[in-house]
Design a protein around this ligand. Sequence first.
Ligand code: ATP
Length: 646
Amino acid sequence: MTFTRVLAAFRSPLAALSLLWLAAICLTSVFASVLAPQDPLAQDLPAANQGPTGAHLLGTDGLGRDELSRVMFGSATLLWGAAEATVIALLIGVSAGLLAGFSGKTVDRVLLWLADLSFALPGFIVIVALAVIYPRNTAVLMGALGVISAGGVLRFTRNLTRAVREELFVDAAYTAGLSRRRVMTRHILPVITAPLTVQAVLMLSAGVIVGASLSFLGLGGNPEKPSWGQMIYEASQQMTSDPWLMVPSGAALIFTVMALNFIGGSLGDLTPGTRAARGTRARARMRPVRSVVRRPEAHGVGAEEAAPPQDEPLLSVRGLTVSFPGAQDGGVQPVVDGVGFEVREGRALGLVGESGCGKSISVLAIPGLVPQPGAVTGGSIRFAGEELVGLGERQLNRFRGSRIGLISQEPMVALDPSFTVGSQLCEVLAHTAGVPRRRRRERCLELLAEAGIADPVRTAASYPHQLSGGMAQRAAIAMALAGSPQLLIADEPTTALDVTVQAEILDLLRELKEQRGMALLLVTHDLGVVADICDDMAVMYAGQVVEQGAVEDVLAAPLHPYTRGLLASTPESAAHTGRLSAIAGTVPQPKDWPTGCRFADRCPHAQERCRTAPVALESPVALKADDGRDAARCVRAVDLFVEARS
Ligand SMILES: Nc1ncnc2c1ncn2[C@@H]1O[C@H](COP(=O)(O)OP(=O)(O)OP(=O)(O)O)[C@@H](O)[C@H]1O
């Protein structure tokens, strides 16, 4: 919420009036001794119970004390008491809420239980009971109110944090290698500050009411000092004989509470909320999670090595299994099942397949960003000779951004709407690439230019909403490049863009790969894109790789009926054959995966033996001499290969 936007909130007369009233009351509470026309305790019995006069603008009470002066002095106890309760509630509630929002299940549950406990407590009765032990001790009583109210703030902050945490710009910040603390202070706190401010104002209002009620009951406030609640009590004793007496303190209390509520409402209208809350499609919850698998030796993938062997690929994924909690029996359901592929330095691997095959989950597992509550439950991910499965967040941060960059299909939501592109890029440069302050701006403009942005200065000064989709994706690519990663993972980077921009972004990725010698792992539905950019490809179906090999080999003579089906359904193939075919049926859900070949139900070549036992991914021996690289998960691979070549 910028200052200009806050000002805009008070354009309506009611909100402006409320703000003026509150400012006046606050000033009076601080400078009452200077501003009040008379001593609030000075008695003038002959002038008792007068209505407004020239000498006493708001009249006098039963002891002839000036009502205006008493109202002015009376605001202090009430406002400062309410402020004390609010500050305590915010301090406890916000810190515990952030902790709950960021922690795992156990801490979250314990903190929510404590919050629920505070809700269950009859707050006012507890405070009244405390007043017996600490009679008229406003500091203690309002402090207790703060502690009791902290539960609400805790829950509110925790829910907000969880909602913001699911935004892609937060995931992007993690991917860029920013620490959890940094993400919290830089990306989460600013977003939740606005709704918390509204809460705080409404809590102040509630604090004023509770404070006044305590004084009314004779439980709070120093009887020697005027307070609104006490004045209302005294006025209530003379209600029938002298009704005017209720007006000064009653009106002051009502106007103050109304003003606070109006201000809270006006600020609330300005609060944008998270994009998730506004219903923008927040994609998968990509929160770093600790994989449940131990170091590789624990599941027999191989011992950790100090340095990669010379011929080891930059990225080697073996037997990767990712699971989510099962729907019924409390078990886990794999959604990625023993996936393996590799990416060599300077090469591009295309991961293709229909929606729901497990492409995104497989690549998100690499930098440890599997959406919760999913987890890596098997396999190995070796990057530059180091095993990533089983690493904690701090260790994974050494890879994110600086060695492994990630760009997603929704660039707009991958950028934090609260900051300019330049400021986000400089942040990544500072924290991931360690670029010194004086070099950051220059480097930021260089990166934007490298990402093909014609006017880097202007783009750096723009907020994400001021950019087109293509520009936002270029900015996101610049951010992914900031740490000079060895591997760039691009998860359907052009899906959300229109066709001409798609081609530009793909050209850019190809150029960057060639110029930087960077390895590229590209997730896509589009075989044309794979043919255009990639050197190697892996085809995924129902959580498994069903075929892999060099792009030209696979596309020239696919070994798996699924790859054939995908090829036949491309527009290029339709132009060639004169008809656009589609693969009948849909990808089965993980819970419905059959024992045998998972594609059998949609396969025109399926035989009985396809359905009886799992089919392995292997290079058909008969083809080794001819095409040793390709591997397919099909019992008829050789027949199909021969058929395709004939
Ligand atoms: N948060 C989640 N909770 C439970 N299951 C999930 C979750 N995210 C993904 N899945 C499941 O994992 C499987 C693989 O999803 P994934 O997003 O990796 O597929 P994809 O091939 O990348 O599809 P798309 O191209 O649509 O992104 C799907 O069956 C999906 O239902």
